[in-house]
Design a protein around this ligand. Sequence first.
Ligand code: NAP
Length: 478
Amino acid sequence: MSELAQIGVTGLAVMGRNLARNFARHGYTVAVHNRSFAKTESLVADHGDDGTFLPSESMADFVASIERPRKVVVMVKAGGPTDAVIDELIPLLEEGDIVIDAGNAHFPDTRRREERLREHGLHFVGSGVSGGEEGALNGPSIMPGGSAESYVTLGPILEDISAKVDGVPCCTYVGPDGAGHFVKMVHNGIEYADMQLIAEAYDLLKQGLGASAAEIGQIFAEWNTGDLESFLIEITADVLQHVDAETGSAFVDVILDRAEQKGTGRWTVQNGLDLGVPITGIAEATFARALSGSVPQRTAAAGVLRAEAGAWDVTDRDAFVEDVRLALYASKVVAYSQGFDQIAAASEEFGWDIDRGAMARIWRGGCIIRARFLNRITEAYERDADLPLLLADPYFTESVGNGVPAWRRIVSLAALNGVPTPAFSSSLAYYDGVRADRLPAALVQAQRDFFGAHTYQRVDKPGVFHTEWSLDRTETAQ
Ligand code: NAP
């Protein structure tokens, strides 16, 4: 073969096809392969103009068409298919070659695969890719894990095709083995929280003001010019102003109110429980989707459960809108703060040494949670790389603190008027919990010692103690 490819992509459904085109458009010669050859042929037929593709029908030819050390991007359905492709690749690859799994793998799978390929002398890079099909084509946010050694040759190519913000690539080395897919998982969890918070803000504006979807869309468009500026706020404004062609109604009003999920939110919450990190915003967002889909329960409750709620009486509409905006901002910072805590905890647990400021930086463009305020998060971690709580950074202390009265008003009004705001409410509860001088956890510890002899510590002296609750209630040091 005369010309060799600098990179290969196997799995040419919507994501793989667009990634391959993105590589080609950046001047790389791209080897392309798909289990069924038709997709490979159609890519070359439809988009041959994007650059140079080297199509192969067999995996062996595909591998042979890539220069060494080979860089093979696997973009197939996550789970079993990824393992099937890896099984096929291993005997064909040579020491030092790099396999990049750019699909949405669960990070424990990535850790397992990395270990397996390492035993074969191969690098395995589990890489988060965010931005959907549009991002894959025009510049995604890329979160590669794996060995630092593999990043030396792979990194520049990935940075080249990633989104850029102020000329800075939205791609950086995340950390060993599963770190990249872990960070992508948390990104998706934060995305869940962000979407739920926006949905709650919409509901409050709808119920509190009796405003139409289009009017609320205009409010979101206005918000998108300030601190909340982000892709999700932008598309919310767009969606809310969209009219259904068939009925002439606001589009959002003809959509069935059951939110689905593919599972990354669930993984994030499961991991939060494993690590003991309170990611309440992400958890409430995930459960809110589950509640929306709880059809038998919703049917049983409808018209039966008493609301006993007040009626909205918003006299100053502008002040109310501003309160909702401040509550949204504060709740959003809580969700990010919790997500970054989760990254820190996993980094510690797995020895990944993840730079959280760099993660905020590569999320500024290309991905779904891209937002103006990520700059502020990067700056916070630049001020203190070991910041124990993002909320406690001076910028966020100030910007969230200014909104606390509004946040309390909104959460109280929502409760009084019977509007469910699980993410707003739990974020405020977290804020009050994490800042509390003293928590009722002391009582929980006493209860645990009472029924299970689980022991407790005291505020006035060191040591671990147990009280003989069923005897004479003497206290013994353990
Ligand atoms: P997909 O629908 O998840 O998967 C289809 C691709 O997988 C096809 O190329 C298919 O080949 C291949 N495949 C399935 N089973 C296979 C097997 N046993 N052996 C070999 N190949 C197999 O494709 P996608 O939507 O482009 O997503 C690809 C990956 O990116 C997934 O992990 C997804 O979670 C992730 N992702 C997707 C998005 C998105 O917006 N869609 C965003 C970020 C990440 P055939 O054509 O032969 O069936």
